[in-house]
Design a protein around this ligand. Structure first.
Ligand SMILES: Cc1ncc(COP(=O)(O)O)c(C=O)c1O
Length: 361
């Protein structure tokens, strides 16, 4: 069967991107987020590639995500970024040797119910200003006391998360770094602050551990720094194909609601990909795609199974041609703003109808 929409994930690109991260933060250990099915790239094959590239730990959002990696015999340390939800989850996390990120006192209370012999590894997450998860910085002495009460607990370190690290001109990242450092002054334990934007844009945030997600998938979260300029390679190429090419007269409307009008006699191509594959309906007229190495543009609304594109820049385009929605030559982070979103959401939004293929496994 011919594939309609294919996401080709190049695992050698992911391993290469680990090398880029290492070169940026040579003295840091790497915790690689593979939550949300490795940002839509496929958690198990990506985790295997990351293990192969010898990252120091993986990170997921939920126990279920961690268990599916353990089921696939992924043995690397795995951090649960939101910690555990119940005593049962705590017990299972310990059994599977997961590293629990603890962000609130109710989670400490759960862990204290475990038998003293439980071999528990935990991080403490501090809220340095993002105001999502994390203990208030003033709670640090209480957390130190909790560690002293439980000498059997293995403490991995202190973590915080940035709110605005993708905005290089925004002083709040430096403020978060200052608050975190002040709260932990003189207190032992590894430190971890940087997501991809922190790693790339804020060298002073590269501490004992970095936690870049998006960068490992080959994208830059910083509008002012392209992935290519720092050597990152996009791991995913999303392709479909042209299934019809038609000529229309000036003034004809295209697609649902006729929200695009031909300004002149135009060749319009129909591409077999739509919102049921994960191409948001919010994508505007003008969104770029690549055909035969040239840029064509969305012309008309995204429908469930198809998009329509203006072929003016690709006069030789014909039925059967491959169409790149994002990947080499067309970074996902450049496409995403056309639907008022980010590369993260494009990747995570791909549906089960997309065929995934893996290279370099
Ligand atoms: C706690 C934490 N650390 C690191 C990351 C990785 O962020 P990014 O993909 O922007 O590098 C995330 C992602 O949301 C996160 O929640």
């Amino acid at each position: 069967m011919t594939s309609r929409v294919t996401a080709t994930v190049d695992l050698t690109a992911i391993r290469h991107n680990v090398g880029v991260v290492r070169a940026l933060a040579p003295h840091s250990r790497i915790m690689a987020p593979v939550k949300a099915d490795a940002y839509g790239h496929g958690a198990v094959p990506v985790a295997r590639a990351l293990e192969n590239a010898k990252v120091d730990a993986l990170a997921v959002a939920s126990l279920a995500e961690a268990l599916s990696l353990r089921d696939a015999h992924i043995q690397a340390p795995i951090a649960l970024l939101e910690g555990v939800m119940s005593f049962e989850e705590a017990a299972q996390a310990v059994y599977e040797q997961l590293h629990i990120v603890v962000h609130d006192h109710w989670q400490i209370a759960l862990l204290e119910k475990l038998p003293p012999s439980a071999r528990l590894t935990l991080w403490f997450k501090l809220d340095s200003g993002m105001h999502r998860l994390g203990f208030p910085l003033a709670d640090v002495p209480q957390l130190v006391a909790a560690l002293q009460r439980h000498p059997g607990w293995s403490f991995a370190g202190w973590m915080t998360h940035f709110a605005c690290a993708d905005e290089l001109e925004n002083p709040f990242t430096a403020e978060q770094i200052r608050r975190f450092d002040d709260a932990l002054q003189g207190i032992p334990g590894a430190r971890s602050m940087a997501n991809s934007a922190g790693l790339i844009g804020w060298p002073q945030a590269r501490r004992d551990w970095v936690r870049p997600g998006l960068a490992l998938y080959g994208c830059s979260p910083l509008p002012s720094v392209s992935a290519q300029s720092i050597g990152l390679k996009p791991a995913m190429q999303l392709h479909s194909r042209l299934i019809a090419v038609r000529q229309y007269a000036a003034g004809e409307g295209i697609g649902y609601g006729q929200n695009y009008r031909c300004q002149r006699a135009m060749r319009i191509g129909v591409v077999a990909v739509g919102y049921a594959d994960g191409i948001h309906r919010a994508f505007a007229n003008g969104t770029p795609v690549l055909i035969r190495g040239a840029r064509a543009q969305f012309a008309g609304r995204v429908s469930m199974d198809m998009i329509t594109v203006d072929l003016q820049n690709v006069p030789s385009a014909e039925v059967g041609d491959a169409v790149t929605l994002w990947g080499h030559g067309l970074p996902a982070e450049e496409v995403a703003p056309w639907a008022s979103t980010l590369a993260y959401e494009l990747f995570c939004g791909l549906t089960r109808r997309v065929d995934f293929r893996y290279l370099g496994g």
